[in-house]
Design a protein around this ligand. Structure first.
Ligand code: TRP
Ligand code: ZN
Length: 877
């Protein structure tokens, strides 16, 4: 097992690289790598030997200042090379060989597409550069890279690396070369190269500093036609970052490359972003409306890293959220400014509740800035990304957007070109505004989801309303006694007709505004509002102003008022979500109050369906019941099947009760749902949501789903109709599945959806179905997208089949984990995360899942990634 690394043990690098020059002789089977770097020792650490990182690299020779070292003059370790006795400053040269076509793990230099036709690319975050060359591979060692690529022109016509082009030309025997030089230093994790047969589309952007930037998007020939949307998104992202955050791009060229073979979403390598095709390729026939929005968001995300990540980078991997949390926040704001803020917020909060809250309450819980890790790959988590973004959002809410902008400006200018920490970030935001933000560090260092309790008391006599807020954070592994955090609570008070009341706190002379942000910064805080005419309805955490669990149980009729009248779109949705959860709880516990909660919900949704002023995509979300993992999340001794059945019958009852208005609403949208405008997409979302509920209500509506499938002119319609049919468990929709398959056989990203629809079919025999699809000709155990489509979806989004009480679902996934670990450890470890909830399950399933975890743990060989996840999931800390 790898050793545990602790944040408290951080030391500045004993050696730095002043420059690094790499020469690659590229080939699929054997690539030659020559590296020359000038290294310089930190005078304060003059006794420490030079150690170069390197893993799985065949070393041919190493020399110091031009003299080749003999065998006894250096020491090879499993993950490095030590040159004892070297002091001061030296030029180190290494010659080595690597084998890209054998690299199945997709970390370092590897092939995308077959060995005959495919292209070469790199992935270096977090610790991939050590698989490419010997070097000092840590984010706080920055250097200017000079990269020369050489290869057969016929096999590798396109040669790309980050940085400015510094010449290109022909060599003998059909080879050619190209050289790239960095204008600014960068960390090794941002190194990238790409080589092979690729097509491109080109466009241009003129920055607000008047710099001409060439924009090139590259993809294999068969998918280059699907890149236009990404290009438009890229231009929008560049403009937006200039306008909203004053951030310009610094160089004359920016490349984006699409690959089908990528373990994550995309990668922000300086000047050469690399994208998983599923987040880049889009046209209406090959991508859903959600995909279009995701391309916008991720293109933005990677581009925004240029400042939040690349120019200002992380001192060490503990600070990962410094770049990821901030960049997710920037991405959210980008999509919110260009599209629907409410929809994006609802989606983010749903995801936070479903994934982050459960991570934070289980054995894998960790702070946004972890204080130790064994395998950094396993810390690219929803906590680091999404809770990290929530912290940045709280700071922006607290400071207000102008002050926040001032703070970020200072952060970027103060630390441009440096590798920094979360403390530096808080200091910059604080210094720019004369505030001490150090108390906020606790949000980064403490795991667990705070619970906020709200109790209101109206006093008729002095017409005051007292709101008492208190907080409590449950213990997490290694943190037995969490402390109180600063929690911004944005709130408004409504009267029973749905009008917002002017707010005047005790001690204030005049009421001002209808919304306040108060900071709950102690265990308990009380607020007294004056001149309140009648008992008000509080609306708390508007816009979800803090990532906490709100324990507040207003009467259903109050929720109904908020569902009808809240002016904050997000809290309007939250009110229906709360009604849904209440009705669900009654359903699950077979509670007598069941009808009352259900009727309140049905009435609210009926009113929402009749409200022509309501944004269609918000309405679509109001009509979407939270998924099983979110609904079951707080329950002990969880029976996932019972949760599934209760949710399904709630949905059926609701769909039945709303049949008439759903049909009318669906029909009304016929004229407004065509095309790709934002409003058409919103209408289509609502219309497809109605259709799906109608199919749940009554099988007669499947005729409409079938005709929508047949006549669809976009993937959104075709796929949602297909989903209605496949998920109606008494019809197997064979014909439609075959039709879809033959239509899209050649398009990997769409075939992923074909696998996903089947993997999420909510029926017990989906276990066998998935097992058969694992042998399908278009499935591949070497491709992360295929694995996510079939297996992650099965494990995370199909509780009915995954949690089958005979354990067949668990066995299927454990077998897959073991198999995948032999080739792509990162993906295996991620999939194994589905077992982390085992302790919360009822006894029978708990034991079954436990057995599978132990079986995975005992396989030999096992990767460091997988071993780390499994031992933490088992609670071995
Ligand atoms: N930094 C990438 C992002 O934008 C994440 C990423 C891409 C990654 N590829 C990776 C992380 C491989 C770990 C390993 O969020
Ligand atoms: Zn990122």
């Amino acid at each position: 097992m790898k050793p545990v690394i602790h944040l408290r043990d951080y030391r500045p690098p004993p050696w730095r690289m002043e420059s690094i020059e790499l020469v690659f002789d590229l080939d699929a089977e054997i690539t030659g790598v020559q590296t020359r770097m000038v290294v310089a020792q930190d005078p304060d650490q003059a006794d420490i030997d030079l150690r170069l990182d390197g893993v799985g690299i065949e070393l041919l020779s190493v020399s110091v200042d031009g003299r080749q070292l003999g065998k006894g003059e250096y020491r090879l370790e499993p993950d490095g090379l030590v040159i004892p006795g070297l002091r001061g400053r030296a030029a180190i040269e290494t010659q080595s060989r690597i084998h890209p076509s054998r690299n199945k793990a997709m970390l370092g230099l590897y092939m995308s597409g077959g060995i005959e036709q495919g292209f070469l690319l790199t992935q270096c975050e977090a610790e991939g550069f050590r698989h490419v060359s010997w070097s000092i591979d840590r984010p706080d060692v920055l250097a200017r890279y000079t990269v020369t690529l050489r290869a057969l022109r016929s096999r590798f016509p396109v040669l790309l690396a980050g940085g400015d082009v510094d010449g290109a030309g022909e060599l003998d025997d059909g080879r050619h070369w190209a050289r790239f030089v960095d204008p600014q230093p960068r960390s090794s994790y941002l190194f990238a190269l790409v080589a092979g047969h690729l097509e491109c589309i080109e466009d241009a952007h003129v920055t607000s500093e008047d710099r001409q930037v060439r924009l090139l998007i590259w993809a294999p020939a068969h998918s280059i036609g699907l890149c236009r949307h990404a290009m438009d998104c890229l231009k929008a992202a560049m403009r937006w970052d200039e306008q909203r955050f004053g951030r310009c791009y610094q160089s004359g060229i920016f490349h984006v490359v699409a690959t089908d073979d990528f373990t994550m979403g995309a990668m922000e390598n300086t000047g050469l972003n690399i994208f998983n095709s599923k987040y880049l390729l889009a046209d209406p026939d090959h991508a859903t409306d959600d995909d279009f929005r995701r391309v916008l968001a991720i293109i933005g995300h990677e581009y925004f890293h240029n400042w939040s990540g690349n120019r200002v980078t992380c001192r060490d991997w503990f600070q990962l959220s410094l770049k990821e949390g901030l960049t997710v926040f920037r991405e959210q704001e980008f999509e919110s400014d260009l599209g629907s803020r409410t929809l994006r917020r609802i989606e983010d909060v749903r995801a936070l509740w479903r994934s982050q809250f459960s991570e934070d309450s289980g054995p894998l819980a960790h702070p946004v800035r972890p204080d130790h890790y064994r395998e950094i790959n396993n810390f690219y988590t929803t906590t680091v990304y999404d809770k990290g973004a929530e912290i940045v959002r709280m700071l922006s809410t607290l400071l207000g957007s102008e002050a926040f902008r001032r703070g970020l400006d200072l952060y970027f200018s103060r630390h441009d070109g440096a590798a920094v920490t979360v403390e530096d970030f808080l200091a910059a935001l604080g210094d720019a505004n004369g505030r001490d933000l150090r108390p906020w560090l606790a949000w980064y260092s403490q795991a667990g989801t705070p619970q906020v309790t709200a109790v209101g008391k109206y006093c008729q006599r002095d017409r005051s309303f007292e709101l008492t807020l208190s907080q409590f954070t449950p213990a997490t592994p290694g943190q037995p006694q969490p402390k109180a955090l600063p929690i911004p609570v944005s709130l408004a008070l409504f009267d029973h007709s749905g009008a917002a009341l002017p707010l005047k706190l005790d001690g204030e002379g005049m009421p001002s505004g209808g919304e306040r942000v108060v900071v709950l910064d102690a265990a308990q805080v009380s607020l007294k509002f004056l001149d309140i005419e009648c008992e008000p309805i509080p609306s708390l955490l508007r816009g979800y102003s803090a990532p906490v669990r709100l324990l507040h149980d207003p009467p259903s009729r109050d929720l109904a008022v908020l569902a009808a009248s809240e002016t904050d779109g997000f809290n309007r949705w939250v009110a229906t979500d709360a009604l849904i959860r209440r009705a669900f709880a009654c359903q699950l516990d077979a509670d007598a109050a069941s009808t009352e909660a259900f009727e309140a919900l049905a009435d609210s949704l009926r009113a929402a369906l009749a409200d022509t002023g309501l944004d269609p995509s918000t309405l679509a979300e109001m009509l979407t019941i939270a998924d099983e993992s979110s609904l079951g999340e707080m329950r002990e001794s969880l029976d996932p099947e019972a949760v599934f059945l209760a949710r399904a019958s709630l949905e059926r009852r609701l769909a039945n009760a709303l049949q008439q208005p759903l049909r009318e609403c669906e029909a009304r949208l016929a004229s407004t749902r065509e095309g790709m405008s934002a409003s058409a997409q919103a209408c289509r979302r609502l219309s497809n949501r109605c259709l799906s509920l109608l199919c749940v209500a009554d099988s007669s509506h499947r005729a409409l789903a079938r005709s929508r499938f047949r006549n669809a002119n976009c993937l959104s319609d075709r796929l949602s109709a297909l989903t209605c049919l496949v998920h109606a468990i008494d019809s197997d929709a064979r014909t439609e599945l075959e039709e879809f398959e033959s239509r899209y056989r050649e398009v990997a990203t769409v075939m992923d959806k074909w696998f996903a629809v089947q993997a999420t079919r909510p029926a017990p025999d989906t276990v066998e179905w998935v097992s058969n699809l694992g042998r399908h000709a278009d499935f591949s155990w070497d491709n992360p997208n295929k694995i996510h489509a079939l297996l992650s979806n099965f494990a995370l989004r199909n509780p009915r089949a995954f949690h089958r009480v005979d354990g067949a679902g668990y066995r299927l996934v454990a077998d897959a984990v073991i198999r995948i670990d032999l080739s792509i450890p990162q993906v295996a470890a991620r999939l194994a995360g589905a077992f982390a909830l085992w302790r919360r399950l009822e006894p029978v399933r708990r034991e079954l899942m436990h057995v599978e975890l132990l079986r995975i743990q005992s396989t030999v060989p096992i990767s460091a990634d997988l071993a780390d996840i499994v031992s933490r999931a088992l609670g071995e800390a």
